[in-house]
Design a protein around this ligand. Structure first.
Ligand code: AMP
Length: 281
């Protein structure tokens, strides 16, 4: 595995691959890799001849008071995991390789970035769309692989690619979960052992809501409230628990068939997000 901190080396390597008519997939991450990230790598390897992974803890997607400085950084273990999985190139840029000190340009996907997580994390999605746009330009890959774990992020990047005519195809990968249902996340390491016991109830609430949607005619608001109550009783502090249309993440109505239930809630300090898609017939 080739490891580099340099955009120039990424570009030169990609140009060489392209001259050999090889296809290239790109998997952006913030490191502290787990099986969820590795599922993206494996899907990318199935699709393309060469796979680039980036590890960059992007300062601009953390708001003041969030966990940028304490975000888990496990570079050596990550390098070993990616090498074991035969990744072709790891891009590990320092912050000053990515951002010009006088940078003035930001990518904002309007409206969708203000909903759900955007309403609770000021500027977060502008930071995400800007870094993903920049990384797409740096790597010039044919395919971008993102996880469905960050469902809103995926929807925002899909719009950004469409609206800016970025020459890349977006591919999404289903959520990888622990045996007890908890969606894998680098932030799960923040949970105390007591919180870790409770954490799978977020997925349980999503499953309860899905079952209620499939088996009852209760209003969506009632179903949401029942599961919010369940989570609150179990010690969660809820940011949102919303039954939405899967295409635009707006509140779903009884006419809609392709749905996603989106949830974010904190257990003490650690904040968990999760979602569950379903089709109503
Ligand atoms: P992160 O390192 O948290 O920024 O995530 C990098 C990529 O991995 C994003 O596209 C995430 O959606 C994806 N990802 C993170 N956790 C999971 C998971 N449990 N299952 C599938 N994809 C995931």
């Amino acid at each position: 595995m080739k490891t580099t901190k340099s955009i120039q080396i990424v570009r030169a390597t990609v140009a060489q691959w392209k001259s050999q008519r090889l296809t290239i997939a790109f998997v952006p991450t913030m490191g502290n890799l787990h099986q969820g990230h590795l599922a993206l790598v494996k899907a990318a390897q199935k699709k393309a001849d060469k796979v680039i992974v980036s590890i960059f803890v992007n300062p601009s997607q953390f708001s003041a008071g969030e966990d940028f400085s304490t975000y888990p950084r496990t570079e050596q273990a990550d390098i070993e995991a990616l090498a074991t999985h035969h990744v072709d190139m790891l891009f590990l840029p320092p912050v000053d390789e990515i951002y010009h000190s006088q940078a003035k340009t930001h990518v904002i996907v309007s409206e969708l970035s203000d909903l759900h997580c955007g309403a609770h994390r000021q500027g977060h999605f502008s930071g995400v769309s800007t870094i993903v746009c920049k990384l797409i330009n740096m790597t010039q890959a044919h395919y971008l692989f993102l996880g469905e774990k960050d469902f809103q992020q995926l929807a925002i990047i899909r719009l950004m690619i469409r609206d800016l005519n970025l020459p890349i195809q977006l591919k999404s990968v289903p959520i990888v979960r622990e045996n007890d249902g908890l969606a894998m996340s680098s932030r799960n390491g923040y949970l105390t052992s007591e919180q870790r016991q409770i954490a799978p109830k977020l997925y349980q609430a999503l499953c309860n809501a899905k079952k209620a949607l499939q088996q009852s005619t209760a209003p969506f608001k009632t179903i949401e409230q029942q599961q919010k109550d369940y989570l609150t009783q179990n010690g969660f502090n809820i940011d949102y628990f919303s039954i939405c249309r899967a295409d635009n993440l707006l509140p779903a109505t009884s006419q809609d068939t392709e749905l996603v239930i989106l949830a974010a809630a904190s257990l003490g300090k650690p904040r968990l997000i999760d979602n569950l898609c379903l089709t109503l017939r």
